[in-house]
Ligand binder design. Structure first.
Ligand code: SF4
Ligand code: SF4
Length: 199
């Protein structure tokens, strides 16, 4: 059993997580709006990426955490490729997810549990196993209505043979060592970025 956090998204140990590291990543933003114009998910976001970076630079943690913008980022890297300042915007979006999850923000609870249980399943089996993943997720949600919401989609996927039943054909290849190594590397890089932000 490995009940500890599964990746850098949840490695912070308390709720006093600051925006320092992310602010360092986007501090050279010139507010040109290219990231917003390039983002395929911007129309669904409550704050555009450009506004999000402005709030980060201003250190407005509560407003940033209240947004679903970083949750809706699908890591497509388009903004990162197109930003004229060459800023690591996708990494910054992921770092915001990490802060929200580490702070146990109530608004992002279901997203956090989804990420955590997904990654716990990959860590345990070396791949995703749909039934094991959904069982973990529904248990973590502690909401008896949650399975009902997913039932139509689940039935559809099962009908198309997209859900592997039972333990599946492939063996288990646990990835505990790999996950631990990545978490350590991410922790180091966030600490370095935060230190540089204080210089
Ligand atoms: S594309 Fe880069 S410089 Fe332009 S608003 Fe977005 S983060 Fe700032
Ligand atoms: S990486 Fe995220 S924020 Fe950037 S364009 Fe893609 S979905 Fe939008």
């Amino acid at each position: 059993m490995h009940p500890q956090p599964v990746n850098a998204l949840t490695t912070a140990e308390n709720q006093h997580v600051s925006l320092d590291a992310v602010r360092t990543m986007v501090s050279a933003c010139i507010q040109c709006g290219t990231c917003t114009a390039s983002c395929p998910n911007a129309l669904e976001m409550d704050l555009t990426p450009r506004k999000m970076w402005r709030l980060v630079i201003l250190g407005r943690l509560a407003e940033v955490m209240a947004s679903r913008t970083f949750i809706l980022c699908s890591d497509c890297y388009t903004c990162t490729l197109r930003c004229p300042r060459g800023l690591p915007l996708t990494t910054a979006m992921e770092a915001l997810k990490g802060i929200a999850f580490a702070r146990r923000e109530a608004r992002h609870r279901s997203s956090r549990l989804f990420y955590e249980t997904f990654m716990q399943t990959v860590r345990r089996y070396g791949r995703i196993r749909e039934l094991a993943f959904m069982t973990r997720y529904f248990t973590a949600m502690k909401n008896p209505m949650a399975p009902l919401r997913f039932a139509p989609l689940g039935m559809k996927l099962m009908g198309k043979g997209k859900v592997e039943m039972g333990s599946g054909k492939s063996g288990e290849t646990p990835l505990h060592a790999l996950f631990d190594r990545v978490a350590a590397l991410d922790r180091t890089s966030l600490e370095t970025a935060a230190r540089e932000g204080h210089r």
